[in-house]
Write a protein that binds this ligand. Structure first.
Ligand code: DGL
Length: 264
């Protein structure tokens, strides 16, 4: 059990931003990552569709890959499916990802904060609860941003069209005086450089990677499931609708990865 891998999944490559942090915190753990590219974007799908995909991938990771924990490396799947997955697997560690509203509000001087995510996350009940809990008296400007995850999936991190789309979503927030921007989709940390080029690096970006990685470490430690290996970790990437282009883009986002397989 201790030396079983940890499973991650996302609608595509965004979850690599979470896995990168997990690599730092847990350097000897093996990872199995599922990129559900063939069914993306989740952000434009129905609740039922996202729950069904999340359940199928969780079953695959637990029953066919024998993972010891799962990280839902996707805000949208966490918002729509985490409760369902936890009810199906009540004693199994399932870690979710949520927009980092709390630190952004706590650190804000202008008391105005932006949050960008998929439309589904921004309109989810779970996000409204998060806002009610941590939003305090700050003005939190939330925007669903269709099209943005696709820029990352195409590897167009600094393309003119990407910058233009970012302007479309961010300009009203900048005009409203935000001093923090919560990246509420795991794809968006890959757009940090593009966002900084628009804000001159003056708006602080909040992403949850390290917090999620530490939470994962604590959960594994609590149930005594941390690996005992001291060797370097192994990583496998299962992809729905795998093709050369998808593989190349993943390698650009996370240099050095090689082990790609088609998701059965
Ligand atoms: N990376 C995902 C998230 O964090 C979703 C992208 C999508 O499939 O729309 O919400």
């Amino acid at each position: 059990m201790n030396n079983a891998a940890i499973g991650f999944f996302d609608s595509g490559w965004g979850g690599l931003s979470i896995m990168k942090a997990a690599r730092v915190v847990l350097p000897h753990e093996d990872f199995v990552y599922v990129a559900d590219c063939g069914h993306a974007p989740y952000g434009d799908r129905s609740h039922e569709y996202i729950v069904e995909r999340s359940r199928a991938i969780t079953d695959f990771l637990i029953h066919e890959q024998g993972v010891k924990a799962i990280v839902i490396a996707c805000n949208t799947a966490t918002a729509e499916a985490a409760n369902k997955l936890r009810s199906l697997y009540p004693n199994f560690p399932i870690i979710g990802v949520e927009p980092a509203i709390k630190p952004a509000v706590e650190n804000s001087r202008t008391n105005v904060v932006g949050m960008i995510s998929t439309t589904r996350t921004a309109t989810s009940v779970r996000y409204q609860e998060l806002l009610a809990r941590w939003g305090g008296n700050a003005q939190v400007i939330s925007a669903g941003c269709p099209g943005l995850m696709e820029c990352v999936e195409r590897g167009e991190l600094m393309a003119e069209s990407t910058i233009k789309l970012l302007h479309h979503y961010l300009d009203p927030m900048i005009a409203a005086g935000i001093d923090g921007l919560v990246l509420g989709c795991t794809h968006y940390p890959f757009l940090s450089e593009a966002i900084d080029s628009i804000t001159d690096g003056k708006i602080r970006l909040y992403e949850p990677g390290m917090a999620v990685a530490r939470h994962l470490q604590n959960r594994l430690s609590d149930i005594d499931a941390l690996t005992t290996k001291k060797t370097s970790a192994e990583e496998i990437f299962f992809v729905s609708d795998l093709n050369d282009e998808r593989q190349k883009i993943a390698q650009a986002l996370m240099p050095g990865i090689t082990e790609f397989r088609a998701l059965p």
